[in-house]
Design a binder for this molecule. Structure first.
Ligand SMILES: C[S@@+](CC[C@H](N)C(=O)[O-])C[C@H]1O[C@@H](n2cnc3c(N)ncnc32)[C@H](O)[C@@H]1O
Length: 276
């Protein structure tokens, strides 16, 4: 089978970090994270994983992998909660990359929409063709065209994992206000990090993009105060690493849990929920 090429230093490449992280977590922490689909997907990509492989047993790299897995588990938790109320809802994966969060939450009744740039969607079509009640859409989230494809009549939950860090604050606000106006009763879930965390996390990416400072980019230190962009939006948040699960699973070391606490408290890593 011909493998699919992922270019280095491209936007496409940003999907590799969480994908490889999920693969590693399923291998190292099966008690916490059981999904082995990321491993299969990595095997189907023409990408030089040697840099990741070389670091994979270091404590910090393991922690990075845990970040990828926790984010997906947290978002899945939120989607399942929403589906209890709206079992036929539409689940919209914003900036889906090769993540299968929608499918993992499929209750047999909901609809799933995955959105990303055209080059990512064409890779996705090949590796993860849309199933029944599922659709892959090529679009730039900063433009509005894709919204006509989203029917929120039976409920809609949007989620963005690792996506808004690449957005300017004004772009996130515009998207949120558009969704809030168009989908009353809808919900949006996404991850955020504070200014210090964003600087650390994105240093390599920002350098590649020629950006010196994170000002203007989307970081959040105090979710409730900073994200209350309209009266009708109810904003709440939980810790990203420890807000949903205590991480007391086999193989997870005390240092990982200590770093998780630092992540949530000092780096201000959070999962934000907005009810429209
Ligand atoms: C870090 S990856 C995360 C992928 C996936 N959500 C995951 O957790 O594995 C960020 C994804 O957001 C997509 N993305 C970033 N900006 C976007 C935009 N303006 N429109 C559509 N997709 C975008 C990228 O192409 C990439 O697939």
């Amino acid at each position: 089978m011909t493998k699919i090429k992922i270019e280095k230093n491209s936007v496409q490449e940003t999907l590799i970090v969480p994908l490889y992280g999920r693969k590693m977590c399923a291998e190292k922490f099966p008690d916490l994270y059981t999904d082995h689909s990321a491993k299969k997907l990595c095997e189907q990509l023409d990408y030089d994983f040697s840099e990741q492989e070389a670091k994979k047993d270091s404590c910090l790299y393991e922690f990075g992998a845990l970040e990828a897995a926790m984010r997906q588990l947290d978002i899945m938790w939120e989607i399942r909660e929403y589906l209890k109320e709206y079992p036929e809802a539409t689940l919209v994966n914003l900036g889906c990359g090769l993540d299968q969060t929608g499918k993992a939450c499929d209750n047999g009744q909901c609809r799933i929409i995955n959105i990303d740039f055209p080059d990512i969607i064409s890779i996705r079509q090949e590796l993860l063709p849309a199933g029944e009640r599922e659709k892959n859409i090529s679009a730039d989230l900063k433009e509005d065209g894709w919204l006509t494809e989203i029917n929120g009549e039976k409920g809609v939950i949007f989620f963005a994992a690792g996506v808004f860090h690449y957005f300017k604050r004004a772009d996130v606000k515009k998207l949120v206000l558009t969704l809030a106006a168009k989908y009353p009763g809808g919900r949006l879930i996404f991850d955020t990090v504070g200014k210090t965390g964003l600087k650390l996390m994105m240093s390599k990416t920002l350098k590649n993009m020629g950006i010196k400072d994170v000002d203007g980019f989307f970081y959040v230190n105090q979710p409730k105060q900073e994200l209350q962009w309209a009266d009708k939006i109810k904003v709440s948040s939980k810790g990203y690493m420890l807000g949903y699960y205590d991480m007391k699973n086999t193989g997870i070391r005390r240092i990982h849990r200590w770093l998780a606490g630092i992540g949530d408290k000092i780096m201000k890593m959070a999962i934000i929920r907005m009810d429209f």
